[in-house]
Ligand binder design. Sequence first.
Ligand SMILES: [Zn+2]
Length: 341
Amino acid sequence: MKSPLLRFTDKGIYCEVAGVYLDPWKAVDKAIISHGHSDHSRWGHQQYITHHNNVPILKHRLGDIVVSGKNWEEPFTINNVKFSLHPAGHIVGSSQIRVEHQGEVWVFTGDYKIEDDGLATPYQPVKCHTFITECTFGLPAFLWRPQREVVDDINQWWATNKTNGQTSVLFGYTLGKAQRLLKHLDTSIGKIYTHGAVENMTEVLRPIITLPPTERITGDTKKEALKGNLVLAPPSAHGSTWIRKLVPYVTATASGWMAFRGARRRRAIDKGFVLSDHCDWPGLLSAIKATGAEKVICTHGYTEIFSKYLREQGYDARTESTQFEGEAAEVNVTQDQVETA
Ligand SMILES: [Zn+2]
């Protein structure tokens, strides 16, 4: 039996014919990188290949690396294996990686979402025989509302806090979520301030995407100036000495995990908005169908439940363990806490 085009090894997803790894979690010679989140783009590879919008992100995170940037759908061949990158819609510069050899096509999604967030190049389905998919939110209870509605709720929350004379502190991942929130905040309500980590990453992305102005909070920032305005901060800032200086403030977080009953309270956050950079349940299913793939490999998230469901639908589906985390590191949750309302 000939060995599969992509194999799961202790270093990562390996294309043996090409001698290339996809998003490896251990140091390798040659790596094709789907996107800039730390569980997919690790330090120590000799050579990185990624979408050109992800190049400044990788350099910001990993320092002086050897990296080459590709355009969407630009084919490149390594040892007779044809590769190309296709939009994954997860964050700016996030790609699905298409691998073709002797008429056989595999696609690796990295992380992805199918809703156009107005920031990342929108997801495009790619036809393939084998589809390697994440399923971070692969449970039927995960059903996202349209971004427009969630963003309206966030702006309404900000406006109410302003009326109450409070500072709104909104938590979101430094890379991706923070800029997505920033893009859709209503600057007619007030000014947007940033935590240093958010500001640094936003500066990296400004040449690529259009975003409203922000002001970095420094030691000189006066509490009075913040009142009624909004502060974008990473989740790790919650409970820090940094945030205590912002009083009076109210907190909110924007994450897919806010769909879990108790997730907001456990983290002692005043308000939770369900906004994810991953597919919900119907999103995963429609994405898989659109590929035309018969074989599906589930890498991270609710892999067992999701792949079992796919097998019931007639797919040749299985799971493989990886070191990808999706948004899982943010909060520990169990299935019985899913909001079903
Ligand atoms: Zn990611």
